[in-house]
Design a protein. Structure first.
Length: 494
């Protein structure tokens, strides 16, 4: 176990240090030489502070997930170990990092560099930036401390007692709040940096088109991440189309024929190709988010927005996933452009509670708003039924059974993106489930065939009450297609 933990820590260190020297080299050289930065370099110091802080937050984020999973041993949810390290394996202050495990320059060092370099800016601009940065530093201080508060509490308390479990959840909820507040504060700092960069920065005509396409692709990508974070699925199709257009404009830039020689080196060409690859992957994965409701089992209680944002999409932007923000910054450095570098995107955190999905035998969705019906699930096409389940109450009971002939059908049932029955035999007495609809957005039930029984296809009957009368519907699926039926609430009194 010790060896496994050591390997995990070494891998984490290596991931966090990928391309670190390239991205920070210019500002690091200035910091070590005590030279005054130019105004645009002073602004980019704040970008480095943000990005290194985001890297440190990844580590605490994973610890918080571990603590949440630890509680699952005492409640009724499955526990899946997502990470294999703890506080004892890490520096006391992740953001200070005195032994240089994770950074060439730590966030705390960047904090001092930013304040020192801000003297080249107008006093009011320096004050505005430093106040926003101080707000971020305060949140990071608490984010770092909360991991010890939880660790110490768990070590000293009996977690079989309800009040102790509830206290740990309150710590975790504080973590959720801190990550949200950091994101909001970072966004405010980014807005000020972008505004000031237009005043302090400049770009020559030979690089104007290059800078523009990097800006528009970065902005389009950040908008997608923002929508996923806020679970605004309905706007994603338009944002996907927007990123595709911006990516095509970026691809149209002739790097090999560019008049700036330093952009045609093998190193710069690799960066440019990686930018394209990562943007394509981000767009492709966002399409998958819209078209499927499937997530790995270790994230099933977190839901698809959490999984896609934190485990898939931010990796296409951030240095931790060798993302395109680092590569864009390398291009900016290579060309010695007087423009603002690209900030990365922090994870968001959410708490998984006991009985999150099942309360008093009533099944609730882990995602409280389904804006779009999925088109594919587990690599199968989804066929929408021409019929609908019409109900007059938002909490209702459904009976599931093998239609007509019991022939060994085995199914999995998905309700609003959650697998509520998996590898389940329909033989025997009807299975009763009670579900609660989301008050807004879409609601659906999906039949996924595990086999086709002795008489294909796999056919399931379901019955439910509507206005006191029993209603019956059948769904059928095979090993290539799954049938989905929407659930509609008609506004009846409850």
């Amino acid at each position: 176990m010790i060896r496994i933990k050591s390997i995990c820590i070494l891998l984490l260190i290596s991931f966090l240090n990928v391309y670190a020297f390239d991205a920070n080299n210019e500002s690091q050289t200035l910091a070590l030489s005590n030279k005054k930065p130019t105004p645009i370099q002073a602004l980019n110091n704040y970008v480095h502070f943000i990005n290194e802080s985001v890297h440190g937050m990844v580590i605490v984020h994973r610890l918080l997930e571990n603590y949440n999973q630890e509680l699952n041993k005492y409640v009724d949810l499955d526990g899946y170990q997502i990470n294999n390290f703890g506080n004892s394996d890490l520096p006391k202050n992740i953001f200070k990092d005195p032994d240089d495990w994770f950074y060439k320059i730590s966030p705390w060092e960047w904090y001092d560099i930013c304040k020192d370099g801000s003297t080249v800016l107008r006093p009011k601009d320096a004050t505005s930036l430093n106040n926003l940065m101080e707000g971020l530093r305060q949140k990071l201080t608490r984010i770092n401390q909360i991991r010890f508060d939880i660790d110490q509490f768990i070590a000293s308390k009996d977690l079989t007692k309800q009040e102790h479990i509830e206290k740990v959840y309150s710590f975790l909820e504080e973590g959720t709040n801190l990550y949200d507040k950091f994101y909001d504060q970072q966004t405010k700092l980014e807005v000020v940096l972008i505004k000031l960069s237009r005043e302090y920065g400049s770009v020559g005509q030979e690089s104007a088109a290059l800078v523009k396409v990097m800006d528009t692709n970065w902005s389009a990508s950040k908008n997608i991440l923002r929508s996923v974070r806020n679970k605004k699925e309905e706007v994603l199709p338009g944002q996907i189309s927007k990123l595709k257009r911006e990516l095509n404009a970026l691809k149209a830039i002739d790097i090999k024929g560019h008049e700036v020689a330093s952009l045609k080196t093998p190193k710069s060409l690799r960066s440019w190709n990686r930018i394209i690859t990562k943007l394509e992957e981000l767009n492709s994965q966002t399409i998958s988010l819209v078209e499927t409701a499937d997530v790995p089992k270790e994230y099933k209680y977190y839901g698809k927005f959490y999984y896609y944002h934190n485990a898939v999409l931010v990796n296409q932007i951030n240095r931790y996933g060798s993302g395109f923000a680092t590569e864009m910054n390398n291009i900016i450095k290579t060309l010695d452009l007087s423009v603002l570098m690209k900030t990365e995107e922090p994870h968001f955190y959410q708490v998984i509670y006991p009985k999150k999905l099942i309360k008093d035998d009533v099944i609730e969705s882990s995602d409280d708003l389904i804006a779009v019906i999925p088109k594919k699930l587990k690599d199968r096409e989804i066929i929408s039924s021409t019929r609908k389940i019409i109900v007059d109450t938002t909490v209702f009971e459904i009976n599931l059974y093998d239609y007509k002939l019991q022939d060994g059908d085995i199914v999995s049932i998905n309700f609003n993106g959650d697998w509520i029955l998996e590898n389940y035999s329909l033989e025997g007495a009807p299975t009763k489930i009670k579900v609660k609809m989301n008050p807004e957005g879409k609601n659906y039930l999906l039949l996924h065939a595990i086999n086709e029984g002795r008489n294909p296809p796999n056919t399931m009957g379901l019955s439910y009450k509507y206005k006191g009368e029993t209603q019956k519907i059948t769904l059928s699926s095979n090993l290539a297609e799954s049938e989905l039926i929407e659930i509609i609430y008609d506004g009846g009194a409850e």
